[in-house]
Design a protein around this ligand. Structure first.
Ligand code: MN
Length: 252
């Protein structure tokens, strides 16, 4: 019943040189049909920030204000993380693929095509980091005490982790265990809920379906927590995870 992320992606319609998000906002005001269609399209491609016909990738807008994650992640951290780190990956990717056959591929296709090609390591690193960061912004939301209400997700958590509390502990310990830079992911792997970590830019695309991610590069927390990764993870897991986003990804 769960197709993988790549198979679930819809064809990208030709469109003028602006982001799908602007397109969505415009259409959303005009027509329910279009808003549903485009919302579905966006749902299936959070991170495909472009494109056909030699358009460059664009930095997707943050889904909230820069101070939305305070007091746990400061506007200062979010500004550097988004405007410097994420933006630089987008720029590097555009520079690396310019004039190459990858220029017209979607972001996910670039990631999948370069993942096992050591001669394309730099392209993979930057493409994956563009995707991962967009996914990470959506994996977080303003501090909240939301319980997980979705019966499907709750059922999977109880079956595969015993309890929400245990899942949260596994997320924290798995992320803590990543030596150096990397990511921690909640994924669906052959209908099993799993927590995995990946080094550097790597992500689970092509092997399992990502539901949520946590950035564990130092730049994600150093300004707020310095070396205390555990404190950052505790705040993110307890206060910022966007479980609605996981539920949406689950249903793709
Ligand atoms: Mn980062």
């Amino acid at each position: 019943p769960h197709s993988d992320l790549n198979a679930a992606r819809l064809p990208i319609p030709p469109r003028p040189r602006h982001t799908i998000y602007i397109f969505y906002q415009k259409m959303n005001k005009k027509s329910t049909f279009f808003s549903k269609t485009v919302a579905f399209f966006i749902k299936n491609s959070y991170c495909t920030s472009k494109r056909r016909n030699n358009m460059t990738f664009e930095l997707p807008p943050l889904p909230y204000e820069k101070n939305a994650l305070e007091p746990f992640i400061s506007a200062n951290t979010l500004t550097f993380h988004y405007e410097k780190h994420h933006a630089t990956y987008v720029k590097n990717l555009n520079d690396l693929i310019k004039g190459t056959p990858l220029e017209n591929e979607t972001l996910e296709d670039i990631i999948l095509q370069t993942a096992k090609d050591s001669s394309k390591q730099a392209v993979y690193n930057n493409a994956a980091q563009v995707w991962n960061h967009t996914f990470y912004w959506h994996s977080l939301k303003s501090p909240h005490n939301d319980k997980i209400n979705d019966p499907t997700l709750l059922g999977l958590i109880q079956r595969d982790f015993g309890s929400v509390e245990n899942l949260k502990n596994v997320l924290k310990s798995t992320a803590m265990g990543q030596f150096g830079s990397g990511w921690c992911w909640l994924v669906l792997d052959h209908d099993m809920l799993k927590v995995v970590r990946t080094p550097n830019a790597e992500n689970p695309l092509g092997t399992s379906k990502p539901l949520l991610c946590i950035d564990v590069w130092e730049h994600a927390y150093y300004l707020d927590y310095q070396n205390k990764r555990a404190d950052y993870l505790d705040k993110v897991v307890e206060h910022l995870l966007n479980w609605d986003f996981a539920v949406k990804n689950l249903s793709l």
